[in-house]
Ligand binder design. Structure first.
Ligand SMILES: [Zn+2]
Length: 483
């Protein structure tokens, strides 16, 4: 049995529109019910009519319910309940309802409750109704971890640092491994792996306690702490008003209305000024004839959020098959098409490693200053690697974390060792052109998300040995003035 829910908004543009509007919605429902054979219906929302009144619209809804074996539920606990309220005109009416198939209505849920939430700026109050439906047989989709993002702007950074320090101080240092001079030693690999894993675990548990997570793309980009404060004032004023019996006049009520209006206007203003700032940015790019900057801003604003993953790729349909297409493609990219070439490179590297140049340079200890310099190069607001560690974990981590990183990186260097996490990357296929044909594999470019700490380790290597390293002359990407 399927449950079909329909959101109703019959608005205030005249009651006649209601008669015109409800019919197409009903038509859609009938088509669907033929398709699915058995369907339970749930309509909810603004019907723009009060149950039990004598006008024609009320009769129409009543007839609709009767003809389709649907119950018109009460909202609120009777008396002078209302869902629509115009505080300026002192107009209150009960016009939001649920209409439901009789099968869903039980003795204990005959009424929908009206929610008076302090942060609801709409002129309608929300209504809530509990129904008992059997669990869907297919596994419910919970939000994948990757869709959740740490919200560092709302995190308590000082608390994060202090909790992290306390977790880090609980780690037993693998002193043998840290004091080992390294050279060809493989005995300490497990200790180094475990030390590194403990540092990562400390970073995760510290954020769990101090930094909230949000759904990716959830926040309005123009939201400010001032709006948060106004929202809280609005909630407080509503709570006070509720505690005083929800008066429709008097100081407590006018205070609530005033604050709510201020909150509503502040939201509008913030959205407007964000639009204006965006227009100014576009205008500036145009004046400078900076088309790259112009389209970058444009796409960031209008394109990035609406992009859905393709459900068809190179003629293959379905999430699993599409993923397999990408996997095969990127695997092929990383497989050398000539095994002899790979072997000859391997021999060349081994030959150079075994070359006795006569001078043995001491392996440098990675000091705090070096790590601090490299941490300052990490860019915030970037996606995490597979281990879930973001730049912010490190940037906000404080000195204790940096000392641990000095120790662990120095030991890695002396042991010629990197932890397993450094060898894992997550390839994200990105559409080269957002308006191109998303079902063609050659329209995608893969970008690899690698561990942030591996990036930091690479920065450290560059800091120490950058002068001795050079890129192949055929490498154009990521090279200054070439890419
Ligand atoms: Zn060792």
């Amino acid at each position: 049995m399927s449950l079909l829910t329909v959101s109703i908004c019959l608005g205030a543009t005249g009651r006649l529109t209601m008669l015109l509007n409800i019919k197409p919605q009903l038509a859609v429902c009938i088509v669907l019910s033929i398709d699915m054979w058995v369907v339970l219906f749930l309509f909810g929302g603004d019907f723009n009519v009060s149950k039990g009144c004598s006008n024609i619209c009320c009769k129409f809804v009543g007839n609709f319910c009767e003809a389709n074996n649907i119950a018109w539920l009460d909202s609120g606990d009777g008396g002078d309940s209302y869902t629509y309220h115009s505080d300026v005109n002192c107009h209150y009416s009960l016009i939001d309802y649920f209409l439901s198939s009789h099968e869903l209505v039980m003795e204990e849920n005959r009424t929908a409750s009206i929610l008076v939430d302090g942060d609801n700026t709409s002129d309608h109050l929300a209504i809530m109704w509990h129904i008992n439906v059997a669990r869907p047989t297919t596994k419910a989709r919970s939000l994948p971890e990757s869709r959740l993002k740490l919200d560092w702007n709302r995190g308590d950074i000082a608390a994060y640092r202090s909790v992290l320090s306390s977790h880090l101080s609980d780690i037993t240092l693998p002193t043998d491994a840290l004091n080992c001079s390294g050279s060809c030693c493989v005995d300490h690999f497990p200790q180094l792996e475990s030390y590194y894993t403990s540092v990562i675990a400390s970073l995760h548990s510290a954020t769990k306690l101090t930094v909230p997570t949000v759904k990716a793309g959830f926040h309005k980009h123009w939201w400010t702490p001032e709006l948060d404060e106004l929202k809280q004032q609005c909630i407080d004023a509503t709570e006070l008003w509720k505690a005083n019996g929800k008066p429709r006049s008097g100081e407590i009520n006018s205070n609530r209305v005033r604050i709510k209006l201020r909150y509503k206007n502040a939201i509008k203003e913030a959205a407007c000024s964000s639009d204006k700032a965006f227009n100014d940015t576009l205008y500036e790019h145009l004046c400078k004839k900076d088309t790259v900057g112009f389209w970058k801003s444009w796409r960031k604003r209008f394109c990035s959020n609406n992009l859905k993953p393709t459900s068809i790729l190179n003629g293959k349909v379905g999430e699993h098959n599409v993923r397999k297409q990408f996997t095969d493609h990127f695997q092929a990219v990383f497989t050398p098409n000539n095994s002899t070439a790979e072997n000859s490179y391997k021999e060349e590297v081994n030959r150079m490693l075994n070359l006795d140049t006569g001078e043995k340079l001491p392996v440098p200890f990675i000091n705090l200053e070096c790590v601090e310099t490299c941490v300052s190069r990490l860019k915030c607001n970037k996606a995490a690697g597979c281990d879930g560690i973001m730049s912010e974990h490190i940037v906000y981590g404080g000195k204790d974390l940096l000392v641990h990183l000095c120790l662990v990186f120095s030991a890695f260097l002396r042991h010629c060792f990197v932890p397993a996490d450094f060898c894992v990357g997550l390839i994200i296929p990105l559409l080269k052109n957002r308006h191109g044909d998303a079902s063609q594999l050659n329209m995608y470019r893969g970008i690899t998300l690698s561990s942030t700490l591996s990036k930091l380790f690479e920065y450290v290597m560059l800091e120490l040995f950058g002068n001795s390293l050079q890129s192949d002359s055929l490498q154009y990407g990521f090279n200054k003035k070439l890419s």
